[in-house]
Design a protein around this ligand. Structure first.
Ligand code: URA
Length: 238
């Protein structure tokens, strides 16, 4: 059970003060009846709430797959920059956040939700969730790099070592400019870029392809998103 004003505010109808005003003015119906008390308790999923002829269904949790475009920051709010949350135009909830961060210039799979428990499972290093990245790399990626990455790489500075866990590097194309897939289970700051720096190469394009069982939908162009399917949700929860 949830208060009517919270129900409406959670679904992005307005601030708590605004929705209280709508309710008091008689703009909100519960099961077809005008209800003017903001404290009225609503049974989510059972009571029918509507406002100006529009039914408002309650969503406790929302899950979106975004193909993050370059140039957008992985934050919930930013005074100057467009955030990944700004891109989710049909969101109901106001408490959405990105699960993990991608750099501003990185593209690809980003899960957007308000489910903190699921986010913790997917991002905590304890849970060893595979993240696979496609990258274009300046320089010739070799089998030696594959072996180095398989051992774990020191991405620290001269003063302080910082070792990654083993990563699985697959070479798609090797040459002056190489193409690779890299699977890692951590999310250290700029990890993929720093792993290639450690072998004297530079990542010039980076896209996340998958996170655990969740794969980037090839139909989503950068900047596009869709809700997760039930099947995908079961997969990420597993
Ligand atoms: N590794 C990086 O270097 N950048 C990202 O955005 C993600 C992983």
């Amino acid at each position: 059970m949830i208060r009517l004003d919270k129900y409406l505010a959670d679904m992005g109808i307005g601030t708590r003060q605004e929705v209280k005003r709508y309710i008091r003015k008689g703009q909100v119906l519960v099961n077809g009846q005008k209800v003017i008390s903001p404290e009225t308790k609503i049974r989510e999923g059972e009571d029918e709430v509507s406002m100006e002829g529009r039914q408002i269904t309650y969503a406790s949790y929302e899950y979106y797959m975004l193909n993050k475009p370059a140039g957008v920051v992985s934050a919930t709010e930013d005074a100057r920059e467009v955030t990944v949350i700004d891109l989710i135009r049909d969101k109901k909830r106001k408490d959405l956040f990105p699960v993990g961060r991608l750099d501003k210039d990185t593209e690809g799979l980003l899960l957007i939700t308000n489910d903190g428990q699921l986010s913790h499972i997917l991002t905590s290093p304890k849970h060893h969730v595979d993240k696979t990245y496609y990258a274009k790399v300046q320089g010739c990626v070799t089998e030696e790099d594959v072996e180095i990455f398989a051992q774990g790489v020191n991405i620290g500075t001269n003063d302080e070592e910082e070792w990654t866990r083993p990563g699985i590097l697959k070479i798609i194309k090797s040459g002056e400019e190489s193409e690779i897939l890299l699977t890692i289970q951590e999310g250290k700051y700029h990890q993929v870029k720093r792993m290639f720096e450690a072998v004297d190469k530079e990542v010039i394009y980076l896209r996340r392809e998958s996170m655990g069982e969740l794969k980037l939908d090839k139909n989503l162009k950068p900047g596009e998103y869709r809700a997760l399917t039930e099947k995908e949700l079961e997969g990420v929860r597993r």
